[in-house]
Ligand binder design. Sequence first.
Ligand SMILES: O=C(O)CCC(=O)C(=O)O
Length: 270
Amino acid sequence: MQVNVQSFDKQGYLTVPGMFTDDEVASYRQHYMDMRAAGEYPGDFAGVDAKSSDPLKRYPRLIHMHRWDKISLDWMLHERIGSAFRQLLGKEPLAVQTMLYFKPAGARGQALHQDQFYLRVQPGTCIAAWMALDDCDEENGCLQVVPGSHKLPILCPVEADTSESFTDVTVPLSADMQPEPVIMKAGDVFFFNGQVIHGSYPNTSANRFRRALIGHYIDAAADQVSHYYHPVMRFDGTVVELDVAEGGGQCGVWVDEGGEEVLEMSGQLG
Ligand SMILES: O=C(O)CCC(=O)C(=O)O
């Protein structure tokens, strides 16, 4: 499958329509619904409570399933995903994470953020493959991205509104930056680099899920990534040793310069 490398280079993100068939998507949906119903897993940090009034406690996201679930491992290292990455990066990709977001009706979203804030890949940045398992639009809380953010440094986080987001930090936008919805069909995959500011708003639908299967990757030129993302895997399933990226470093804050907002690298990451 040919992907539009020029568009990715220009924007830092790209939707590849129909990467997975309806049948494949239906079988992933069933697999993860069965898995969620069957019990608790490492990574269920928010707790699982089938009777909670919080939809995200009834359906918390799954994290790092590829470490104990073959279907997740096979998807993370899928040839179609690998081929897209080889075209987009021009380098061999390395895989570091899987996640499954259920996002049922009424669930909060995830405040705007940059993945590189968490992964701390050096040199370079991370890149995500975000596959829609349901059709996604603004009603059920589709992904939102900020155009033009793909070349920004890491911005200093500020407090998020936890009535809208299940995470408690976000990044401030300058006045001329506006998130845009990423409307997708089930089976489409959205690729975006680790600097791209993205997130999602609550699922305001009456009864629609907005499930997504997500992989995080880095390219083979990287020599370090945060501790949480080890072990790092090649697409043939073997493990590659990378250094552990430490926290800290500078982050950007918006400052007023003669009536114009400019980024100043005066903040410090914890
Ligand atoms: O799916 C969402 O709502 C947010 C996902 C996300 O931010 C991520 O995969 O980094």
